[in-house]
Write a protein that binds this ligand. Structure first.
Ligand code: CO8
Length: 255
């Protein structure tokens, strides 16, 4: 399948994935999910790619699921459309490579749900965040009701979910929804800088950190700590040996 909505450019081991349907503020339609599934597969399989970065073209990151596509759906179609998106966003979380959301503008509804499925978020000072579904008589369908409270806590999540209010980048930073704010002009550059730092680290270590952290947060603490020990141990006499020797020999590691 040719990409029509996603524009993927690989540079220095980073897959810059631009969502490009600016005439609809990058609203997520069925085609987007097909293309994103394909991108996840291709980026996962490409050993030269260390980090995926997702951003939006134009004034929006993503202004939500495509309202025009959803308006006439039956209850069953709506349920299945929600599940379809949930599967794709879950694949992003489960992908063995780090994913950064570089939020350039509106991240609303399904757009915020997409940003939340990334590993962390860097945003332009101009970005706006919200779950406005209740304004449409809807509720989030791509697990926003589940990821938002896990990221920001129950009070701030329910405030956003119940009011449908948009917040700016500084408020999003304050509640921990995003991790860094930049000037609009430097968003991509700053995000790439962080992507390059991550890309320079032990690739297996980065993959395992993502897995152990994401998996562990859903588990009993003692079981999760035991899982950490297993993964910690698995880095010895491999990537870890090279990293530790390189430190002692005052040179850069060669992964
Ligand atoms: N879906 C479809 N088209 C959209 C969407 C959208 N979510 N958002 C914007 N557009 C379109 C507009 O219709 C408009 O098209 P046209 O030029 O043909 O009229 C174009 O993009 C530009 O938008 P505006 O003229 O409205 O731009 P403004 O700068 O005036 O306003 C806003 C920007 C404030 C972002 C405004 O566009 C807006 O409120 N958009 C809708 C935001 C929203 O409610 N998002 C949530 C959608 S619901 C959702 O995401 C649920 C997710 C779970 C789904 C589960 C599946 C079952």
């Amino acid at each position: 399948m040719d990409y029509k909505i996603l524009n993927i450019e690989v540079s220095d081991g980073i897959a810059i994935t631009r969502i490009s349907r600016p005439e609809a503020l990058n609203a997520l339609n069925a085609r987007f999910f097909d293309e994103m599934d394909q991108a996840i597969g291709e980026i996962s399989d490409n050993q030269d790619i260390k980090v995926m970065l997702i951003t939006g073209e134009g004034k929006a990151f993503v202004a939500g699921a495509d309202i025009a596509e959803m308006a006439d759906m039956t209850q069953e179609q709506g349920r299945l459309f929600g599940q379809r998106g949930q599967r794709t966003f879950r694949s992003l979380e489960k992908m063995g490579k780090p994913i950064i959301a570089a939020v350039n503008g509106f991240a609303l509804g399904g757009g915020l749900e997409l940003a939340m499925a990334c590993d962390f978020r860097i945003a332009s000072e101009k970005a706006k965040f919200g779950q406005p579904e209740v304004s449409l008589g809807m509720i989030p369908g791509y697990a926003g009701t589940q990821r938002l409270p896990r990221l920001v806590g129950l009070g701030d999540a329910l405030f956003l979910l119940m009011s449908g209010e948009m917040i700016g980048a500084q408020d999003a930073l304050r509640i921990g929804l995003i991790q860094k704010v930049t000037e609009p002009e430097t968003l991509l550059e700053e995000s790439l800088k962080i992507a390059r730092i991550i890309a320079s680290k032990g690739p297996k270590a980065v993959r395992k950190v993502k897995y152990v952290t994401r998996q562990g947060i859903t588990m009993d603490f003692d079981d999760a700590s035991e899982m950490e020990s297993d993964y910690f141990g698995s880095q010895f006499k491999g990537e870890g040996e090279e990293g530790m020797k390189a430190f002692l020999e005052k040179r850069k590691p060669e992964w």
